[in-house]
Design a protein around this ligand. Structure first.
Ligand code: TGC
Ligand code: FAD
Length: 395
């Protein structure tokens, strides 16, 4: 059955014809190619790698980057709608595209040399090359400025040492963007991004075992032991923590849209089940408690949709701030978690089955709540924006 969307406020009328066409193409593809297989992949803990080339053909990787590098050169609203539809299918799919586009292609495009752009972007755009982004370390999650992976110059090479944790696409990737310090470990201004082929000697990736979330996604630990890369592997304009945080802003923007997609999938499931499931001689959708659940979901999804459109328009005008992106990521992922949780509850015992979507989305969204800046970190970012006082470090 084709997904019709949740659109209580005619948000559709805020999109251009091209934006709607992009959304509808991805929507159909998710219905046809993802929905029939995602449950099986999730239960078997496998990312649906067979979809990677199709996503490339449809222009889903780095879709807001220029056509001269093989990208779709869409505006940010159309890009966001792609993320929305992918996450309606599964957060793992949106994660894959987010990492490839916002965390691998964006830094190469923004901080790389022209040679690096020409070498990597076209192959990343088709999915022929898969990338991952290594910022988080075992002891540096919310505070990446403290990272201790090092890159030291040695003749014509850089030599990298360190470990990265929780890396999406880590075991599948052909290339990793590794953030490392080139100078004093106390100085986050010495951080640079490096393009590291994953078949380099000394580079290992190990699957993160025991996950109960994002099962249809590859999450890995990376270890770099004297990994030697040529001098020109450094992204020349990536100096300082700020550059890695700029990448996060791109990914967080897509996640804000993705949250809407996951919430819409849950809402549709809740309404459909509420109409069909009969208890006490009537469909449960006729009971006030279930209607409250549905009304709350509809309200929050509608607010989140409007937030995304305005954020996208601001981003297209070059006016969106990282703090505005934080607000949308924080709100929309939390909102999606609530929708998934309430749908799961509305479904009663059926809600714990993989046959329905709610529990899968709920489990996934618990990761989305944590990655790309935990909900708490975005709270502090907004607190600082509002008060001018940073609560990150103590007195
Ligand atoms: P702070 O002093 O605040 O900032 C350093 C410089 O960076 C600027 N800045 C940003 N610029 C662009 N975008 C952002 N989001 C920015 N945030 C900060 C800032 O203005 C400053 O610039 P300047 O010119 O003054 O030097 O740095 P801090 O060390 O105090 O850290 C701030 C904090 C805590 C907000 C930051 O570290 C943070 O965002 N932490 C959360 C870490 C995080 O989100 N990690 C994500 C890892 S990647 C991931 O999770 C991928 S999931 C993939 C998937 O599957 O989808
Ligand atoms: P911690 O930073 O240890 O936080 C633990 C708790 O303390 C949280 O509740 C947090 O909100 C809270 N906390 C921390 N600091 C403060 C504070 N100042 N005030 C109040 N509370 C605070 N990283 C990558 O680099 N690349 C990836 O591709 C990637 N993919 C991921 C995929 C998955 C499935 C997951 C789960 C994570 C991924 N990450 C990735 C890592 C992710 O970004 C981190 O998990 C996240 O930034 C939080 O770091 P942490 O888990 O170390 O938590």
């Amino acid at each position: 059955m084709t997904f019709k969307g949740v659109d209580f406020y005619n948000v559709d009328s805020l999109f251009t014809e091209e934006e709607r066409a992009v959304r509808d193409t991805v929507r159909r593809w998710v219905d046809d190619a993802v929905m029939p297989i995602i449950r099986e992949h999730y239960l078997e803990r496998r990312f649906p790698a067979e979809l990677i080339p199709q996503m490339g053909e449809l222009g889903m990787y780095g879709a807001n980057l220029p056509a001269e590098y093989g990208c779709a050169e869409l505006n940010n609203v159309a890009y966001g709608l792609i993320m929305q539809e992918l996450e309606r299918g599964d957060s793992g799919l949106r994660s894959f595209a987010s990492v490839q586009g916002a965390l691998v292609m964006y830094p190469i495009y923004t901080f790389g040399s022209e040679e690096q752009r020409k070498e990597w972007l076209p192959k990343l755009a088709t999915g022929e090359v898969i990338g991952c982004f290594g910022l988080t370390e075992p002891d540096y999650g919310s505070n990446p400025g403290g990272l201790i992976t090092t890159a030291r110059e040695d003749g014509d090479s850089w030599v990298l040492n360190g470990a990265k944790m929780w890396i999406t696409n880590g075991s599948m990737a052909h290339v990793a963007i590794i953030w490392a310090k080139t100078g004093d470990l106390d100085d986050s201004r010495s951080i640079y991004g490096f393009i590291v082929p994953t078949d380099s000697k000394g580079f290992t990736a190990k699957d993160q075992e025991g996950k109960l979330s994002l099962l249809a996604s590859d999450t890995s630990e990376l270890v770099l032991e004297d990994v030697r890369v040529p001098k020109d592997a450094i992204l020349p304009n990536s100096k300082g923590l700020k550059c890695s945080l700029m990448c996060l802003t791109q990914a967080r923007y897509g996640i804000a849209w993705g949250g809407v997609g996951a919430a819409m999938a849950c809402f549709e499931e809740a309404v459909s089940y509420a109409k069909e499931r009969v208890m006490f001689d009537r469909p449960i959708g006729g009971f006030q408690i279930q209607q409250q659940r549905i009304a709350d979901m509809l309200t929050e999804i509608t607010k989140a949709q409007l937030l995304c459109v305005q954020l996208g328009r601001l981003k297209d005008r070059g006016e969106a701030t990282p703090q505005q992106v934080s607000l949308a990521k924080r709100n929309n992922v939390d909102m999606a978690c609530e929708c998934a949780r309430e749908t799961r509850r509305l479904l009663g015992a059926s809600g714990i089955l993989a046959e329905y979507q709610a529990m899968r989305h709920l489990a996934n969204l618990e990761s989305v709540y944590t990655y790309e800046g935990t909900h708490d970190i975005h709270t502090l970012i907004l607190g600082e924006a509002a008060t001018g006082m940073s609560a990150f470090s103590g007195p």
